[in-house]
Design a protein around this ligand. Structure first.
Ligand SMILES: Nc1ncnc2c1ncn2[C@@H]1O[C@H](COP(=O)(O)OP(=O)(O)OP(=O)(O)O)[C@@H](O)[C@H]1O
Ligand SMILES: O=C(O)[C@H](O)[C@@H](O)[C@H](O)[C@H](O)CO
Length: 181
């Protein structure tokens, strides 16, 4: 039973893709943004980038969710930017100590980072700026913070999908291929 974390910078399509997967498979769906403390939402609204410290309690909460789904062998899609390798490690270990080893079984975990070009993201952010808390001015810092896995050996559970020139159905197909492997 897969537990999928959909990551990537703001406006890359995490929520859109998660909702389509939920509708298609009837899997549970956890919208990561709903677990940010209000202080984080206020910072993002004000155009202030989150720090590692700001993100830590949020990542820990999402780790608990992920762990519960894995231990009860239920499927779930979690949206969570998971921009840095260290954040993905926290999602899996529940600890910010890089020396703590992953204790959960990662064979059903798929952290899928969606990517897209800055121009596309910029246009999307401007289009939705009156209906979403995220301040479009944060795009640069999101892209600077994004750290893709160096190689599959370092992060065997992390995958990347470049969404440019892909229809929504093609993105879903790529995810289906990843979880079938
Ligand atoms: N593949 C796509 N093609 C065209 N538009 C898209 C695509 N995916 C998402 N969008 C649009 O881009 C905007 C951002 O999408 P979405 O909310 O899914 O991104 P997100 O990664 O969840 O963003 P955030 O993390 O900032 O909440 C929405 O207006 C959505 O309709
Ligand atoms: O790690 C982060 O900086 C945040 O999670 C952001 O990515 C936002 O929550 C999201 O993009 C807005 O929806």
């Amino acid at each position: 039973m897969p537990v999928i974390v959909l990551g990537g910078v703001t406006a890359v399509g995490k929520t859109t893709t998660a909702k389509q997967l939920k509708d298609q498979y009837n899997w549970d769906y956890i919208e990561g943004d709903q677990y940010h403390p209000m202080s984080n939402i206020a910072k993002m609204q004000a155009g202030i980038p989150l720090t590692d410290e700001d993100r830590l309690p949020w990542l820990m909460l999402l780790h608990e969710k992920l762990k519960n789904y894995l231990t009860t062998n239920q499927s779930c899609i979690i949206t969570c930017s998971a921009l840095k390798s260290h954040y993905r490690q926290i999602l899996l270990t529940g600890s910010s100590d890089p020396n703590v080893k992953v204790k959960i079984s990662t064979e059903s975990v798929y952290i899928i980072i969606l990517t897209s070009s800055k121009d596309i993201l910029h246009d999307r952010l401007l289009q939705r700026q009156n209906s979403h808390f995220m301040n479009p001015s944060l795009l640069d810092s999101q892209l600077q913070t994004l750290q893709l896995p160096a190689n599959q050996t370092d992060e065997p559970y992390t995958y990347i999908i470049n969404c440019d020139n892909h229809s929504q159905n093609e993105i879903i197909n790529e995810i289906q291929q990843i979880i079938k492997q």
